[in-house]
Ligand binder design. Sequence first.
Ligand SMILES: Cc1ncc(COP(=O)(O)O)c(C=O)c1O
Length: 365
Amino acid sequence: MYEKILLESPLGPRMRIEGKEYDYFCGTSYYCLHGHERLIRAACEAARNYGLGPATGWGVPPLREVERLSSTFFGTPAAKYMVSGYFGNFFLVHALKEEYHVIFVDEVSHYSVFDAIRSVEKPIHPFAHLDPEDLRLKLKGHLGPGQVPLVITDGVFPVTGALAPLRDYVEVLAPYGGILCVDDSHGVGVLGANGRGSLEHWGVEGERCYLAGTLSKAFGGFGGIIPGDEELMERISQNVRVPVGASPPPVPAAAASAEGIRILSEHPELRERLWGNVAYLRGKLRGLGFAVEESPVPIISLRPVGDLDLSEVQKKLMQMGTMVKYVPPRGYSDAPEVGTIRIAVFSEHSREQFDRLVEALRTCL
Ligand SMILES: Cc1ncc(COP(=O)(O)O)c(C=O)c1O
């Protein structure tokens, strides 16, 4: 599904779209780092110093720097950088394939999760969305004696912003010595005291829990990242051919990603500001009558109240200078059966922008 709107300015809380300025509440650049002066400068300098890339090899400083900075950010001995976050789940399930026998997957996990698990030759059993009790039943029903399960799920679901109950999953998995893999594309940089994502948020960082993240969203850069120990890195190099068989991420994009990691490491107050903005807007939307739960996730999903047509609401908001995304029924991996509005909250949004959005919404009710 291609975006119909054409963005004509660097990413920010106000955007130029087809000649007009809007308050912008779309996408995934939760700190607006894609439009940040420091990232743009880093990308330009890297292009001047190293060109676009080494053409298939990995021997250029910005690529190494991304892995070094990521391992520090995530508090792991190492990290693997790759050309796209979409590949992260593929890397994990292949790297670990000698360690498990059967895969259990949240039924509305991201496309990248399903593409990854279908590429390993293991039985796959979906379990009900966000439901540890159903997972427990599925494990009981499908695991043979001595078999080890791998559970895989999005940490934060991209359309609804729902948080997977990872602590519950870990408890359910424990008696089987199971493995948890999380596609944390929307969690990394945002959740947890240090921004390490969903595993940190739920306090389940550890041996049997793995995450695949992206630098293309909160970090403002480009490419996927898997933090981990040397053993995981070794398993990746043994079982995954992508790093040797495909070109690395473009070097200017790597340099921008490295700068994004530096900014989020140096400025924890950005996370505080984002969480403050999220709490503020969630509260205001509840005040309007929408069922919006308390959560630190900067993705807010509005479901129809009564017979409200949210696709019409989105159009009206646009006429009033506010851009939010309408997601049609089942229009994306985790999109519900009803049309919804997805609001992305940024650390750079002002309270005035939230108030304008809420007032504009009020006129549509
Ligand atoms: C849940 C999820 N996983 C993976 C990806 C892919 O990440 P990337 O854009 O870095 O390839 C996305 C992108 O939108 C996503 O929402």
